[in-house]
Design a protein around this ligand. Structure first.
Ligand code: G3P
Length: 228
């Protein structure tokens, strides 16, 4: 299980975060996590899972897997293959890779069977509560309109975070709630944690940064300030 509070960095499909650059970025995330004593994880392209898991000591999550079972199934992402590549889990239903509820449930079940962590994304508190019923390890609420804007959900729509925490808890208190979209600095992280979330899912502030290490240090400081 990933420790919380967690900073989960989604590499998406940013050119600065693929191939060897993905490994370099993962090393930055790893070193800041260790230096600050803060739980961190990365979610690179599937093609980079093996490289990062092998070269860097940081938990790695796939950005997506399918509910496919071993056998025939060309071009789909087999959860077993993600596990063998070194992934500890997967994002599910990211805003940029939306799935039907039925498929989300099947994927959560498949990840559980393999002892892999599931982080199911949701657009709003209602969807967060709906997917919490599938008992994933984590739900990450991300209002789509704030993704990639640099305007943090914790500041722009704090009620989305606190309502998600409350509603998910009502469904299943064991499901952890993360939040994301626009989270850009330590203060955004601190506020997100104060609102009751147990971590952040973020991308562009790190993947597009001129100095990703400086941004990571600031984000980690936000976690430390929330602990006080
Ligand atoms: O998965 C994280 C994401 O959708 C938020 O993206 O760039 O707003 O941090 P960003």
């Amino acid at each position: 299980m990933l420790e919380v509070p967690l900073i989960l960095v989604n590499f998406k499909a940013y050119p600065s975060a693929i191939g060897e650059r993905a490994a370099e970025l993962a090393r930055v995330v790893e070193s800041v996590g260790k230096e600050k004593g803060v739980s961190v994880a990365v979610s690179p392209q599937s093609a980079d899972l093996y490289r990062i898991a092998k070269e860097v000591d940081v938990p790695v999550l796939a950005q997506h897997v399918d509910s496919l079972r071993p056998g025939s199934g060309t071009g789909w992402l087999l959860p077993e293959a993600a596990k063998e590549a070194g992934a500890v889990g997967s994002l599910v239903n990211h805003s940029e890779h939306r799935l039907e509820l039925e498929e989300i449930e099947k994927i959560v079940v498949r990840l559980k069977e393999l002892d892999l962590v599931s982080v199911v994304c949701a657009r709003d508190p209602e969807e967060a509560a709906r997917v919490a019923a599938f008992k994933p390890d984590m739900v990450a609420v991300e209002p789509p309109e704030l993704i990639g804007t640099g305007r943090a959900v914790s500041k722009e729509k704090p009620e989305v975070v606190s309502d998600s925490v409350r509603m998910v808890r009502e469904v299943d208190p064991d499901v952890r709630v993360l939040c994301g979209a626009g989270v850009s600095n330590g203060e955004d992280v601190r506020v997100a944690l104060e609102l009751g979330s147990e971590g952040v899912l973020l991308a562009s502030c790190v993947t597009k940064a001129e100095d990703p290490r400086a941004v990571m240090l600031d984000l980690a400081d936000g976690v430390l300030r929330a602990r006080k």
